[in-house]
Design a binder for this molecule. Structure first.
Ligand code: AHM
Ligand code: MG
Length: 335
């Protein structure tokens, strides 16, 4: 059946006329991400075997399988992007500072920077729950050929050229957008090929799933508390269904396909919110909007927030339009 579907490689070539693809640079970048995704997918799928293999001895001596998966994923994506000289800079959740990528001749003429969370939700690995990689791509704003600067990364989410995620779930999927809708590709692990399985994904306008860590309920702002109560109320098409995996990519992916809202508000534990603006909120917000949904911090579009720090946090609410609009009503009338 998959033989009838476009592969990711074919999809990129077919869309070469899109101006961002046309120089070939963005195509190479997506190809590098595709390659690292396969490496990480393979490793994630073996995660439960590490101890068993390690006990035999071989892997322990190599030390390789002892590496934490988030470190492994960080290395895999960095290597794929740096060795191919595809980007001029990288920000990663795993690294305090940004990485300036120099070309072999010390003149890197690439125009894109990538910001990523190489393995989001990694605490879920030990319990066999889906995790993901999230990435965001910007065109640099400082001159090409000079070392990349912090300001190249501190751009508003609205300036993203592309964004996406890889979900290592029951199957591995790469979902991304270059600003012309959202497409999802599923990996056939037997032959290592991604196929276009979810063309032009649209978030249902009206959702019925809400996803939030209700354990922190008593610490949430009043408007959010009232919205959660509204979701639970027995009226019209409510109560809504509550689903929370605790893995942003998985929670967002489900809600994007089925219709729903994901909430990570501020709380007394996380006064600025928990999720990182540059490589969690921005790319997810870009995808949400490209799929016809919305993403807000409660007051402003996520994509309009002005970043100040590489690892800054922000509250985020994203998903189906009607649910976000209702939530914003509750927030604005309770502040
Ligand atoms: P991480 O980047 O340290 O993995 O944290 C991000 C994760 C998200 O995937 C998830 O939505 C959220 O943290 C869950 O947080 P909590 O356990 O507070 O509900
Ligand atoms: Mg994360």
């Amino acid at each position: 059946m998959s033989e009838n579907r476009l592969t990711l490689g074919e999809y990129i070539i077919e869309n070469q006329s899109h101006f961002e693809y046309s120089s070939g640079e963005l195509s190479k970048l997506i190809n590098s991400i595709r390659l690292a995704a396969k490496t990480v997918s393979h490793k994630v799928n073996k995660a439960g075997l590490v101890d068993i293999i390690g006990a035999v001895g071989d892997t322990n001596i190599q030390g390789e399988d002892q590496q934490r998966l988030d470190v492994f994923a960080n290395d895999a994506f960095k290597k794929a992007l740096i060795n191919r000289e595809i980007v001029c800079g990288i920000v990663s959740e795993e690294e305090v500072e940004f990485i300036a990528v120099e070309g072999k001749k010390k003149t890197n003429t690439n125009k894109y920077v990538v910001l990523m969370d190489p393995l989001d939700g990694s605490s879920n690995i030990d319990v066999n729950v889906s995790v993901g990689t999230i990435f965001s791509v910007f065109r640099r704003i400082t001159p090409v050929g000079t070392p990349v600067q912090k300001e190249d990364f501190l751009q508003k989410g609205d300036m993203q050229v592309a964004a996406g995620y890889i979900i290592y779930g029951t199957s591995t999927m790469l979902v991304y957008s270059v600003g012309q809708g959202v497409n999802g590709f599923t990996l056939n692990p037997a032959i290592g090929t991604f196929y276009l399985s979810h063309p032009d994904i649209k978030i249902p306008y009206k959702g019925s799933i809400y996803s939030v860590n209700e354990g922190y309920y008593s610490h949430f702002p009043d408007g959010v508390k009232k919205y959660i109560k509204y979701c639970q109320e027995e009226k019209d098409d409510r109560p809504y269904t509550s689903r929370y995996i605790g893995s942003l990519v998985s929670d967002f992916h489900r809600n994007m396909i089925n219709g729903g809202i994901y909430l990570y508000p501020t709380s007394s534990k996380y006064p600025e919110g928990k999720l990182r603006l540059l490589y969690e909120c921005n790319p997810i917000a870009f995808l949400a909007e490209q799929a016809g949904g919305k993403a807000t911090d409660g007051f402003k579009r996520i994509l309009d927030l002005e970043p100040k720090e590489l690892h800054q946090r922000a509250p985020i609410f994203c998903g189906s339009k009607n649910m976000i609009d209702k939530l914003v009503d509750f927030i604005t009338s309770n502040t």
